[in-house]
Ligand binder design. Sequence first.
Ligand SMILES: *[C@@H]1O[C@H](CO)[C@@H](O)[C@H](O)[C@H]1NC(C)=O
Ligand SMILES: *[C@@H]1O[C@H](CO)[C@@H](O)[C@H](O)[C@H]1NC(C)=O
Length: 167
Amino acid sequence: MHSFGYRANALLTFSVTILALMCAIASLSDNLNSPSPTAQLQVLNINWFQKKSDGDDEVSMSLNVSANLESLFTWNTKQVFVFVAAEYDTPKNSLNQVSLWDGIILSKEQAKFSIHTTNKYRFIDEGSNLRGKEFNLTMHWHVMPKTGKMSANKLVMTGYRLPVAYR
Ligand SMILES: *[C@@H]1O[C@H](CO)[C@@H](O)[C@H](O)[C@H]1NC(C)=O
Ligand SMILES: *[C@@H]1O[C@H](CO)[C@@H](O)[C@H](O)[C@H]1NC(C)=O
């Protein structure tokens, strides 16, 4: 016959084993991973800003895109697609989103970067809405896992403004 102490001890051992197993599963699980990417998006220069002959506004800018996306990389991360967009509203659309730069990150070693670039895709507004326009710069990412569902999220940086006059 086992004493109460023995039973309690056996129960405790069992619980600790279960707990250790749960911790192992948790540390392997992507769902419980809460990544905390950071980014700094800076407009270094407005290179030019004009109304095209068709009446649409177009702007060219130099950007500093810095980010630390290392926490998106787990054992289950295949690659991360990242893009930077300018977002603004116009009388016609409450959200206009223009992709300015994008990239594919293949490893944790590449996930911390700082690049100086002009907009890779043209920043054109369908109309002449950009003078003095306030806009946000957003960094979006799509995490493509080895197994399971793709996930996406973004960081929003507010308080940017285009020049009031063409140049
Ligand atoms: C870009 O931003 C990063 C982080 O804010 C900063 O360390 C770096 O000096 C900047 N580079 C340029 C060219 O402004
Ligand atoms: C910029 O982002 C803020 C916070 O998400 C939002 O409230 C605001 O409407 C956005 N501004 C524009 C111009 O999209």
